[in-house]
Write a protein that binds this ligand. Sequence first.
Ligand SMILES: [Fe+2]
Length: 434
Amino acid sequence: MSCCHYALVPGNEAAFSVDLSAIQFGHGVLADAGEHLRAMSCRRVAVFTDRTLARLEPVDVVTRAVQAAGLDAVVYDRVRVEPTDVSFRAAADFAREGRFDGYVSVGGGSVIDTCKAALLYATYPADLRAYVNAPAGEARPVPGPLPPHVACPTTCGTGSECTGIAVFDDLTLKAKTGIASRRLRPTLALIDPTCTRTLPSMVVAASGFDVLCHALESFTARPYTARPRPDRPSARPMSQGRNPWSDVGSLEALRLAGKYFVRAVHDAADSEARESLSWAATLAGIAFGNAGVHLPHAMSYAVAGLVRDWRCPGYPPDEPMVPHGISVVVNAPSVFRATAATSPGRHLQAAEALGADTRGASEGDAASVLSAALIDRMRSTGVPNGVGAVGYAEADVDALARGSILQKRLVDNAPMPVDEGAMRALFRGAMAYW
Ligand SMILES: [Fe+2]
């Protein structure tokens, strides 16, 4: 038996979920934030952002819109780029003490994720580890509904406005981990693509590769039909595996990214490219919010969490940091070389959507064709040449593999079983590409 071209397996999952935030996409939608929050019966609204963005137009537009709707707006600008357990706790304290009944986040994934965590812990106070994914935390379910959250992304990558995931760096464990619950998904996403016009090129490169990897990983994840059937529908995980719905968003995101990504990085004035990448980010966010990502993201948590002294041009220079999209893409060619054998047709289809010439390619070429398409885009956008170029060497492979294998939710969503030995091989293959 099959469902929408997915072969069903007796005893396994036979249904998939379609979950998404309400979305309004287009020029000027940020100015509507206040009206939306008023319609949701909010009166006192927390505006989450970071210090840099706090001085820029999108935050000003949203704050004025909230006030113009007759609501109180209190700005929290202490969000940390690449948040930590410490910065999550500080944001939760602010949210609890402020007694807000509505939230709006204006920024990249760090801002939106911090807002999700803050409103969760302000609504259902608990030790930070309570709702954090196992094994780092207790993975307790979110106890009930959360207050309205309007998410306004200002980059074109993370897709956080469409997902129920909040990621942070656990400074004690020296690893990235997160909180995952459908209840964390923002109530409404307001996506104004004009916000991307002022982004520095390396920020567009990093967030654009995040988009590409969301789409590629969602498209090549294990199929939803490979999981055992849950004993109740509410036990169906958000990372449910690739499915007919996520395939639609992934492929269109790859097609748009293939056409516009490099242009968007190199020319801030190319509004067609930057706005198309913004739409690709939304589609990829919807896809991975319903399929889940896998190995490049699992490995990225260790690449970002174990950083020693590498700093990325275009990002705050005060401390070492590998931006999320960079920490993901440095692993990607190595991963897709390894996963191609699990679904060569899909890997070729993805490469073709990205713009690679697949004429005459056989299934045996899938690994080299897709990884070459990615490496080509890495070179032409000036991102680091693999894990070695962000400060790691052979001596770090054990620690990187150990940190990655802990990301069970993501490792389990891969299209093939991966143990620590296989993870070490993936990192060795990711040290340098050219
Ligand atoms: Fe990501």
